[in-house]
Design a protein around this ligand. Structure first.
Ligand code: UTP
Length: 459
């Protein structure tokens, strides 16, 4: 045992938990390094980690049996147009009353994109080069003007990219948002484990940890105090989206209207999967009557390929991770120690410092997924959306779901809006971009003239 000024219990407990190996290099550490290691260790929830390790070795997350979830179809697919109009009105009223906040999750590590910095700082605009953060923030500025109301933007970062994110906004005048309406807070981290359930050192004094998943966002809303702040401001609906989707309709009156009129705890956008192999979770109804999302990797191939009467996939509705949360529901599921979302485990390559050297091992990473809130709801709805209008995820530098495809989709959507408004586009134009400050939908385009050039930017 290593006696160390008042930290004996912490050290003893680490040994008792079978994690004494983190002190293997104790004698070579300086006083400061020892304090760093102990501080890191003091945040570890051993009970949780032991439980997660046991379940990681077991059969995994059990979903029970399930069928496809019902959804509200678009009018072009048989939905009731009058109902959509009614929803739009109800949604607009809710927005104008100041009941809605926007919430972007930006704590991910963006491994696939491989960009050195917060993913939101990536310059994506096809013509302007505007960052994802700027695109989102300017949409909020525009929505606020359009509906004559302040709409707070909540940003969840991770301890790894928090400071860089705050600096990014501050250095650019918050892109027009006032400080009071920009709330930035980090999510929690959770240690990864090696195949034998042992903590992994990232370097001499630090444990390897990863952000606790987008599902950690609900807990982070509470622990940051933001949930309370929202209540004080009279916010009832939290509009959740991912930082890497430049097309997202952050404030969508129709979606919000359905959410309010149907009295849902959580509402979800859904879109037709491109095929059984698309790597996207699908909405399901479990045999206990609860709604949920089953990850593509958990959907048996046979089920994924099943077709219905019209030849369409039976599990048709994929989740683009666009949700509305009732604030009081988030409060409810994040209160009390035993409530909250389950952790999923993934086997991934992890940078590890072993035997005095840096290397890589296969380890277990734990993450919560936000859609695991669905089975906890009393009522949840799915609204169908058009993929090209709202979803262009930036996951990879090129290929599927990439910078390249997202830029192309932004340009195509701009063209679609102009066509809808009968605004002529010169044939020279190959790439188009519309500033969110000008329009967040075709209805905002007034008298605009598209310049006769290859790359046109409308602002
Ligand atoms: P992804 O799961 O696609 O992860 O996140 P990622 O970090 O963007 O990219 P990879 O997988 O490392 O390549 C989807 C959304 O959830 C957020 C991300 O920032 C993104 O907006 N997220 C993910 C968090 O906020 N925290 C997390 O712990 C994980």
């Amino acid at each position: 045992m290593i006696p160390y000024h008042g930290h004996d219990i912490l050290i003893k407990n680490a040994f008792l938990q079978g994690q004494g190996h983190v002190f293997d290099h104790w004698n070579t550490l300086s006083e400061e390094e020892r304090r760093d290691l102990l501080e890191d260790l003091s945040t570890v929830d051993f009970e949780l980690l032991n439980r997660l390790y046991r379940t990681a070795k077991g059969p995994g997350v059990y979903h029970g049996d399930f069928g496809p979830a019902p959804f509200i179809a678009l009018p072009c697919h048989g939905g009731d147009a009058a109902e959509f109009e009614e929803a739009r009105k109800a949604g607009e009223a809710h927005i104008r009353e100041g009941r809605v906040a926007a919430f972007v999750v930006a704590g991910g590590q963006g491994t696939r994109l491989g960009y050195d910095g917060p993913k939101g700082a990536y310059g994506l605009g096809p013509v302007s080069g505007k960052s994802l953060f700027q695109i989102h923030a300017e949409k909020i500025v525009k929505y606020s003007k359009k509906y004559g109301v302040r709409i707070p933007l909540l940003i969840m970062t991770s301890p790894d990219n928090h400071d860089a994110t705050v600096k990014f906004f501050q250095g650019r005048g918050n892109f027009g948002l006032d400080d009071r309406n920009l709330l930035v807070f980090p999510q929690s981290m959770i240690p990864s484990l090696d195949g034998d359930g042992k903590l992994i050192l990232e370097n001499r004094t630090r444990l390897f940890k990863n952000p606790d998943g987008h599902g950690g966002s609900l807990k982070a809303l509470r622990t940051s105090g933001v949930l309370e702040e929202l209540e004080e401001r009279g916010i009832e609906t939290i509009s959740y989206f991912q930082v890497d989707n430049p097309l997202v309709k952050i404030i969508d009156p129709v979606f919000i209207g359905f959410h309010v009129l149907r009295d849902a705890d959580v509402s979800n956008k859904g879109l037709e999967k491109t095929g059984p192999g698309e790597k996207m979770g699908v909405f399901v109804l479990f045999d206990n009557g609860r709604m949920g999302v089953v990850e593509y990797s958990d959907l048996p191939e046979g089920k994924a390929a099943e077709t219905g009467p019209e030849g369409k996939l039976r599990f048709l509705m994929g989740s683009p991770a666009i949700h509305l949360f009732r604030r009081s529901f988030v409060e409810e599921i994040t209160s009390g120690p035993s409530r909250g979302l389950p952790f999923h485990v993934a086997r991934k390559k992890i940078k590890a410092w072993r035997g005095g050297e840096a290397g890589e091992i296969e380890g277990l990473k734990f993450e919560m997924f936000v859609f695991d809130a669905l089975p906890l709801t009393a009522k949840s709805i799915i609204l169908e959306m058009v993929r090209e209008d709202e979803f262009a995820p930036v996951k990879n530098p090129d290929g599927v779901d990439s910078v390249e495809s997202a830029r192309r989709m932004m340009s195509e959507l701009a063209l679609k809006w102009l066509r809808e408004r009968d605004i002529p586009v010169p044939p020279s134009v190959k790439l188009l971009e519309i500033s969110p400050l000008l329009a967040v939908g075709p209805e905002d385009l007034g008298e605009v003239c598209v310049p006769n050039c290859e790359k046109a930017y409308l602002e």
